[in-house]
Design a protein around this ligand. Structure first.
Ligand code: ZN
Ligand code: ZN
Length: 413
């Protein structure tokens, strides 16, 4: 038996237009409706009713883990997803290139995203990765990811995740000094290392040729690295140890690759998967079909709908859902061997267009395959899923999918 899990980020919605329809209800999606007709649907609370999910915690929960127990912070998954080898004891951070200016002895924030820097990030990475600190025995690893984003890892003895951030989040404000959040030597040592590397990143970046060129062409320089979300590495049992299967992930965004890698998935790289609205959905479907020939489970993450909803753009969200249907499911459905494959499709949370952020509303989920007891629902959206045969539950989409594939361990005797 093979399984394919597809999670469309921010898929769930609230009424957006005058007719009170959600983007999913407004979208034309013949392939998803046809799949629904031969499967079963329900509503899933990604973490639990009334819990407003982050993408990372929601994914852990949908993959069958308890984020309340395991989650240490997003930085770990960003670091793992970007290819850093995260070991026990390492401290991971989310990082972003920003623009600051010197004013009266302090560094003041001009732009948190360095003008959404679009090229040259590898030049910045080269300067920052392996930076030497006077805080003894602390090794610095840095990787740039998309636009202004990056991931930072500190390795050394006696480091702590209990350290605050340097990002003031407010234009014109002075860069924060990272403070120890715990009253111990490790937290103080880590805070000292973070403050030193923040200052040093400014010294190293400010006169870089890339930044001189940016300033000369009227762009903001990426002259400092700001960090937040300190986290140490959680212990997550792998899907192979739990189910005895091999799984692979296809995802454009480093965060989602990181979550899946931390859960024991391998990565199928799809260069045209961007993690944005311009992603190549046909290429992802082709890669998933190919992956199903050698892996027991393929997990595909599709980001775009979430981006559109954060931007309050209901039309973009609706048309991206239509593209998921036409380009991803249109490529996939006719070529899956439905005698031996189960499929699950859901979102990791609702991203409401009006609110512009994640909400706790439950999300429709669809299961199809030979062992699924079909229900009477024939369209895939929030309202129809509320009438589905699977009713409403919390998290656990992967365990349910693998149970259909007869790959779940038995609890008890
Ligand atoms: Zn999400
Ligand atoms: Zn989001």
């Amino acid at each position: 038996m093979k399984s394919i899990l597809i999670i469309a980020d921010g898929l769930g919605g609230r009424p957006t237009d005058q007719r009170g329809k959600t983007c999913l209800e407004a979208a034309r999606k013949p392939n998803l409706d046809a799949l629904t007709e031969r499967g079963a649907v329900g509503l899933v609370d990604p973490i639990g009713p009334g819990i407003r999910p982050g993408s990372d915690t929601a994914h852990l929960s949908l993959l069958g883990y308890n984020p309340h127990e395991l989650y240490t912070g997003r930085g770990v998954f960003e670091c793992i997803g970007i290819g850093l080898d995260v070991r026990p004891g390492d401290i991971c951070f989310r990082a972003n290139f920003a623009t600051v200016e010197e004013s009266k002895g302090s560094l003041r924030l001009v732009d948190r995203r360095a003008g959404r820097i679009e090229s040259g990030q590898k030049d910045l990475e080269k300067v920052l990765d392996g930076m030497r600190l006077s805080t003894r025995g602390v090794e610095v690893q840095f990787r740039a990811s998309t636009e202004h984003r990056g991931a930072l890892l500190l390795r050394g003895k006696d480091l702590s995740p209990y350290v605050g951030e340097t990002d003031p989040h407010e234009i014109g404000a002075a860069i924060h000094t990272a403070e120890p959040i715990a009253d111990d030597a490790a937290a103080k040592r880590t805070a000292a290392a973070v403050n030193e590397l923040t200052r040093k990143s400014y010294e190293l970046l400010k006169d870089l040729p890339l930044n001189q060129a940016r300033v000369a062409s009227g762009k903001l320089p990426a002259n400092i690295l700001l960090v937040r979300g300190a986290a140490d590495c959680p212990h997550i049992p792998s899907i192979t140890s739990i189910y005895g299967i091999r799984g692979a992930v296809i995802a454009g965004g480093a965060l989602y690759r990181g979550v899946a890698l931390a859960c024991g998935f391998e990565v199928i790289d799809v260069p045209e998967a961007t993690g944005g609205l311009d992603t190549n959905l046909r290429a992802k479907a082709e890669a998933a079909l190919e992956g199903l020939t050698s892996y027991d489970l393929v997990f595909v993450h599709i980001k775009g709908a979430d981006n559109a909803a954060h931007d309050h753009d209901g039309e973009a969200k609706t048309s991206f859902i239509e593209r998921i249907d036409a380009e991803f499911f249109g490529t996939l459905v006719g070529r899956v061997d439905w005698d031996s494959t189960h499929l699950a499709f859901t979102g990791d949370h609702t991203t409401a267009v009006d609110y512009g952020d994640h909400t706790a509303d439950p999300v429709p989920a669809l299961f199809a395959g030979p062992n699924v007891r079909r229900d009477d629902v024939t369209t895939f959206d929030e309202r129809a899923a509320a009438r589905g045969g699977l009713l409403r539950w919390s998290g656990q989409v992967l365990p349910i999918l693998l149970s259909y594939a007869n790959q779940s361990p038995k609890f008890g005797s």
